[in-house]
Design a protein. Structure first.
Lengths: 113, 118
């Protein structure tokens, strides 16, 4: 399967702990996006990478959140000092420059206790 | 700011019937694009169909068609010959160019839960 993959699929953590999620985009895609989806809502944009450069961050991305894409391939999203309000589905999507469609991974469901 | 409105929280349809899911949008951009995604209970967002604002023909992909009415700012999804496997959440989305690098971040509506019945 050459689609977008995300790990882990599920994460349960205690408030105050740090968590890290990984996204592997479709191999030839140079654009990578992170979104967050809370219960009953559509996904909301968090951040965007073109190759290894992080070119836009949403105001939703507080200082406790950091994302990287060190070699322009996979990306990681880290949340420090998690809060209960961080409980959500974190979705990664990728696309290729000049193509409109973003292809999504299966998401990581985070539950903060 | 862009806005997507989906006014139907839930819809029911009989198997083999057609169903229309509503989507209206608001934007000041002249060039924009509209998407529909399907999200089963497993959580993955599955791309269904895309319509560009300058496309003269309504988009079609198999059993999916997009009824694009630019003057009314609507982009309704029509699913023909519904199947049990079509039961899922459906999201309408609009692309917006990012501040840097020409990326396209998506703004989503709140979704419509479709249930296909025998």
């Amino acid at each position: 399967d050459t689609g977008v993959s995300q790990n882990p699929r599920h994460k349960i953590t205690k408030r105050g702990q740090n968590v890290t999620f990984r996204c592997d985009p479709i191999s030839e895609h140079n654009r990578l996006y992170w979104y967050r989806q809370t219960l009953g809502q559509g996904p909301e944009f968090l951040t965007y990478f073109q190759n290894e450069a992080q070119l836009e961050k949403s105001r939703l991305l507080s200082d406790r959140f950091s994302a990287e894409r060190p070699k322009g391939s996979f990306s990681t999203l880290e949340i420090q000092r998690t809060e209960q309000g961080d409980s959500a589905m974190y979705l990664c999507a990728s696309s290729f420059s000049g193509q409109e469609t973003q292809y999504f991974g299966p998401g990581t469901r985070l539950l903060v206790l | 700011a862009q806005k997507i409105t989906q006014t139907q929280p839930g819809m029911f349809v009989q198997e083999k019937e057609a169903v229309t899911l509503d989507c209206t949008y608001d934007t000041s951009d002249q060039s924009y694009g509209l998407f529909w995604y399907k999200q089963p209970s497993s959580g993955e967002m599955i791309f269904l169909i895309y319509q560009g604002s300058y496309d003269e023909q309504n988009a079609t992909e198999g059993r999916y068609s997009l009824n694009f009415q630019k003057a009314r700012k609507s982009a309704n999804l029509v699913i023909s010959a519904s199947q049990l496997g079509d039961s899922a959440m459906y999201f309408c989305a609009m692309r917006e160019t990012t501040k840097g690098g020409g990326g396209n971040k998506l703004t989503f509506g709140t979704g419509t839960q479709l249930k296909v019945e025998l």
